[in-house]
Design a binder for this molecule. Structure first.
Ligand code: NAP
Length: 338
């Protein structure tokens, strides 16, 4: 196992970035080297976020690609809004850095699909080709050697993990995903729809069958199924801070007595997947603050219902990013995450 490595975090002041700081400060084999955001003046991170007082004396500074490329870190985490990463990644990779990108720029292999979903041209097709989709349960071997890992989106993590055993081993037809997320899924930017007064004690659907995560989910399910797979996807905004719960309905002729075995076998030895063996179903509270994906399943012979729950900021973002880093650098996969 290699010794201690140094890490930089770009976007450290965001919701995902703060979780990364928290996780990496506890990680026995990582020292955080530098923190970046849009701040004009360097500021003590613990003054910006007093919960980090006595845990780190690091400054947060304005994002500067040159500083990162000339710096000592072996790994750079990018927790930036989409489109920012593809401006940085070419220089980082040329400098020999290994990158875990939490944004969307390197997740979709199809450039037209990216441009349609995110409404901007893709500027780094060369590195897009070599980027590895960072879902360890499916791509662990490739992640080990990757120079750049595209950390999956939060909805896709819960959905693809919830469906992987079924779509790769069974015939199926329709897939309907009823997804719910806490408000932190949208990041910290000020948006009227996300105000406490708008969200509290309400529950609503948004981006019905048009969410930007749909092509990512379809890309991964198509690979697993070996054929083009489309889904119906309805996300909802829950009046909670964090957590995702997806109820997924699949038309598939699976015998009720066989469905648990299918999931159990597929995920044998997976440290962060917990299958409900007793026929119960997970809730958001069961996974909050953890890197687990909890899955419950039920079949009736013609359809299967899967309920999949994650913490969007951990298994859906920063926890999974640390899991990927552990794999890339040969650390035990659960290090700093249990
Ligand atoms: N939130 C989630 O649940 C979640 C889950 C999976 C993936 N992700 C992805 O992770 C990334 C970060 O998400 P988030 O929710 O943490 O977002 P966020 O709360 O909005 O934070 C964004 C971070 O990026 C920085 N930033 C914004 N524009 C920048 C620029 N032009 N140059 C340099 N830094 C810039 C911000 O700095 P300032 O503080 O100075 O503005 C902040 O540190 C996004 O790509 C998101 O899609 C998020």
């Amino acid at each position: 196992m290699p010794g201690v490595i140094k890490a930089d975090i770009a976007g450290a002041t965001g919701y995902a970035g703060q979780e990364l700081v928290d996780l990496l400060l506890r990680h026995p084999n990582v020292r955080i080297n530098a923190l970046y955001s849009t701040t004009d003046q360097p500021r003590k991170f613990s003054e910006m976020f007093p919960r980090f007082a006595r845990r780190t004396g690091l400054l947060c500074q304005k994002l500067d690609a040159k500083k990162i490329t000339h710096g000592e870190s072996s790994v750079v985490f990018l927790a930036l809004p989409h489109t920012c990463s593809m401006d940085l990644v070419p220089a980082l990779l040329r400098a020999g850095k290994r990158v875990v990108d939490l944004g969307a720029d390197y997740r979709l292999k199809s450039v037209p699909a990216y441009e349609k979903a995110y409404g901007v041209p893709h500027k780094d097709r060369d590195n897009l080709r070599q980027a590895v989709y960072g879902l360890p349960e499916l791509y662990r071997q490739k992640i080990r050697k990757a120079q750049i890992v595209a950390n999956p989106g939060c909805y896709p993590t819960a959905c693809v993990l919830g469906l992987a055993p079924l779509v790769s081993l069974q015939e199926f037809d329709s897939v309907i995903v009823d997804a719910k997320s806490g408000v932190s899924g949208a990041g910290k930017k000020a948006v009227q729809d996300m105000l406490f007064t708008e969200v509290d004690e309400d529950f609503r659907a948004y981006k019905v069958n048009s969410h930007q995560h749909m092509p990512e989910i379809e890309q991964e399910l198509s690979k697993l199924a070996g054929r083009r797979t489309q889904i119906t996807f309805v996300p909802h905004l829950l009046p909670v801070k964090r957590g995702i719960l997806e109820t997924i309905y699949v038309g598939a002729p699976v015998r009720p007595s066989k469905v648990l075995e299918l999931y159990r076998k597929f995920y044998t030895h997976e440290p962060f997947i917990r299958i409900r063996e007793d026929g119960s179903f997970p809730s958001i509270k069961d996974v909050e603050g953890t890197n687990f994906c909890d899955i419950g399943v039920k079949a009736d012979g013609s359809s299967v219902i899967v309920i999949s729950a994650i913490d969007n900021l951990l298994k859906g973002a920063s926890g999974q990013a640390v899991q990927n880093m552990n794999i890339m650098f040969g650390f035990p996969e659960t290090m700093g995450l249990m």
